[in-house]
Design a protein around this ligand. Sequence first.
Ligand code: WTA
Length: 654
Amino acid sequence: MADVGLPVDEVYEPPARVREGALVADMETYREMYRRSVEDRDAFWREMAERFLTFSKPFDRVVEEDLYTGKIAWFIGGKLNASVQCLDRHLAARGDKTAILWEGDEPGTNRRVTYRELSEMVNRLANALRRRGVRKGDRVAIYMGMVPELAAAMLACARIGAIHSVIFGGFSPRSIRDRIDDSTCKAVITQDEGRRGGRAVPLKANVDEALAEPGHSVEFCIVYRHTGTPVNMVAGRDEWWHDAVANEPAECPPEQMDSEDPLFILYTSGSTGKPKGVLHTHAGYLLHVMCSHKYVFDIREDDIYCCAADVGWITGHSYIVYGPLGNGSTTVMFESIPTYPDAGRYWDMVDRLGITVFYTAPTAIRAIAREGNEHVTKYRRTSLRVLGTVGEPINPEAWRWYFNVVGEGRCSIVDTYWQTETGGHMISGLAGATPMKPGSGSLPFFGVQPCVVDEEGRELEGNGVTGRLCMKASWPGMMRTVYGDHDRFVQTYLTTYPGKYFTGDGCHRDKDGYYWITGRVDDVLNVSGHRLGTAEIEGALVGHPAVAEAAVVGYPHDIKGTGIYAYVMLKAGYTASDELAKELRDAVRREISAIATPDRIQFVEGLPKTRSGKIMRRILRKIAEGEPENVGDVTTLADPAVVRDIIEGVGRAR
Ligand code: WTA
């Protein structure tokens, strides 16, 4: 939409009922806490760590960081275990409280898992994993749907010090295998089948296909039975979850983890190459997600909190599992999609479950907003107090709809800007305190020190500046490395602007110091809130025998935010056809995932290249955006005529 990221001159105060009783109820308190968090950083985070975490051995020092070499450590010398933080310490006071409130694919199919039940589930599975030889530091892949057992599997790994690597259930066998190989996973935890929007997701079959070729590191698979559909079980390798835990005790002594020991790896797309294994740790990550969950959403003891993301992405890791469970909240786990059976599903669920805090993505908001307000107004929604958004810039139009139609002006909206790499929220309002501007993430979270730099890396001081968003110092939830490739970590994030962490996003800081994210300035696409690298998609296209070269760019898309536009040059002897376009789409689905499927494919005779052979993406972007008049100077191209041909061919894109 045209107004994405442009500052609008509207300010909304948090409604009185949200401010009342809020943990941070006014801007003076926020400013004072923020000031302390950066000026007296050690003391601030020491205090937060002591308040939010329970260390079995206290830490000696708060932080040591070097943003040149990427050596970052928080709460040094401390010992703890993330699963203990999320389970054991709640048992005395909250044993019977619902930890996970599951809403299945069919409306009204619910399961309530108490903290005690979840703890038992986790301990039994942890024992089963240990018995099968999983040790501290081993990697375990988890490829499941949105069921409570997924959270249990993550926490079971954490309990025994294994590093989990959750793979989004929408990824193809090929992507699963790449991830398993990259971190040499010892085991896979999966389920028979997932359910999404009335359709089955063949999880176990995908794992079988991923492991079909020998030469992988997987010793065994544990399979959770969810739908009961018959699946192939490989003798000696696969075992049912219920059989594996049947005789295991409900207590499993947790591994004592160092603050800096890895908790998980999560693969994410970058500008180049294959997805990177972003690595997070036990103490810093957990503190950041608990603290931000608590303050940003202003979480209270009896909240029914619902993040409608998928656990396969960082949002689900941080704000369905670790943040809420760390804080002893009731977290809703939603197996379905926002439009099943119709566009009223979210609000139907809100009413039935009494949801008070609801967190989703702009792409979902846009998809249901266009179906009409009656899908919203037929539900009461009176339980709602805080609405959250994440994943991409929200256009002011969608923001206003969320605020006025869904929240009826009675709820605060928190627009939370962050990344897989940042672990938790970086820029966001606090529900009870921060005046809201539609489309702006607003102000930095505690301890976060953003800065705006120009292309040469010079910091732009003051307000009313536009440039690229960096961070001047580390924060507890910052990723520590790329699994198995520390150089890549340093190269990707810390080298572009030496001494600073570079987010890859453009941004504007307005006259009031509010941040407006303008989107990625690198070759990463945010498609329906899913993060994809153009290089990965190009790789999948070029893998097809007919394709000589491919260039992928993003373009504005009404629902997805960003759509995928692929320019494809065929090898001699092949001709463009709908058939071939379909084959290429299938190839992308097979290599990566359905989420990476190009929306438009344009067959071209040539790609615009500089004389040194570099593809000029800027030009391709302008054409895909429907602004061919703005392609700029093409005279430096090896063959300027290529551009005219491409512009003429736009109408034939398939
Ligand atoms: C984008 C998702 C604007 C941004 C948590 C970032 C956002 C990328 C917002 C990270 C927001 C996320 N406003 N843009 N509130 N939240 N982004 O790693 O471009 O899947 O770099 O993490 O999403 O995507 P990732």
